[in-house]
Design a protein around this ligand. Structure first.
Ligand code: FPP
Length: 250
């Protein structure tokens, strides 16, 4: 273990409160590649390393849930070749990592409109979920074909259908009933949202769930994101005062 890494980890342990749920907008793969004169897909491929590093860092820090934005609803509008490359990276990731993830006690779930994926990618999703089922150390949510607005519309539609069938009284719909109709129904809201590559946007990511999430933006491009960067985000979080809209009593 490098001294950098262990020093940060030691500080996290002393700092006390570790975020239970960390979500990440992995951005900057394209710019990372372009800056090196490489095609964009080289950036996505390199991004797999940062995924591996983040999983290791989350396990070491004691995070319970790590949620990664891997492919957005809007990404379907990218050129066909890039979509194909991204799906290829997903398939490679699954075959390379699923056994190691299971050994590390990581349970993977893929959340999003997965019915839009092609047969090979759907098979990859099935394989990674099956191989890692029951992992107790860390839950890894891969958000694929995911959009925050689409998720909310879908939830509204399913609640409306239940109401129409007479199985749900409209006045019984509250925030927790609504949250139970989202893809993330089993999870607490993220405590910390990390975005790489310096953009100051939410980009349609977990719009409902990030209401009170602490934001951490780093200029680092995703393929360069290391365990030390992950720990820096957690250390920063440990200095935040979370008020959830209330006041702190002196
Ligand atoms: C944003 O960079 C990143 C993506 C659209 C895809 C993220 C995918 C990976 C990191 C691949 C590996 C992940 C898994 C889970 C297998 P961008 O292309 O928008 O970069 P740019 O803003 O610099 O163009």
């Amino acid at each position: 273990m490098s001294t950098d890494r262990s020093a940060r980890l030691g500080r996290i342990r002393l700092g006390g409160r570790v975020p239970r749920h960390v979500a990440v907008i992995m951005d900057g793969n394209g710019r990372w590649a372009t800056a090196r004169g490489l095609p964009r897909h080289a950036g996505h491929r390199e991004g797999m390393k940062a995924v591996r590093e983040s999983v290791k860092a989350a396990l070491a820090a004691g995070v319970e849930i790590l949620t990664l934005y891997a492919f957005s609803t809007e990404n379907w509008k990218r050129p066909k070749t890039e979509i194909k490359a991204l799906m290829g990276v997903l398939q490679i990731y699954v075959e390379k990592e699923r056994r190691a993830l299971a050994q590390q006690g990581v349970e993977v779930r893929v959340l999003g409109e997965t019915d839009r994926l092609n047969a090979l990618s759907r098979r990859a999703v099935r394989r990674i979920e099956e191989t890692t089922r029951g992992g107790r150390e860390l839950r890894l949510n891969l958000m694929i074909s995911y959009g925050g607005r689409e998720e909310i519309v879908r939830a509204a539609r399913s609640l409306a259908a239940e109401a129409q069938e007479g199985r749900l009284a409209p006045e019984s719909i509250d925030a927790s009933r609504f949250a139970a109709a989202l893809f993330t129904r089993d999870d607490p809201d993220p405590d910390l949202l990390i975005r790489t590559s310096g953009e100051l946007r939410i980009s349609n990511f977990m719009l409902w769930q990030v209401a009170y999430t602490e934001l951490y933006i780093t200029p680092v491009y995703w393929p360069d994101f290391t365990q030390a960067d992950f720990f820096d985000a957690v250390l920063d979080y440990q200095h935040r005062e979370r008020r959830f809209g209330t006041v702190t009593t002196a």
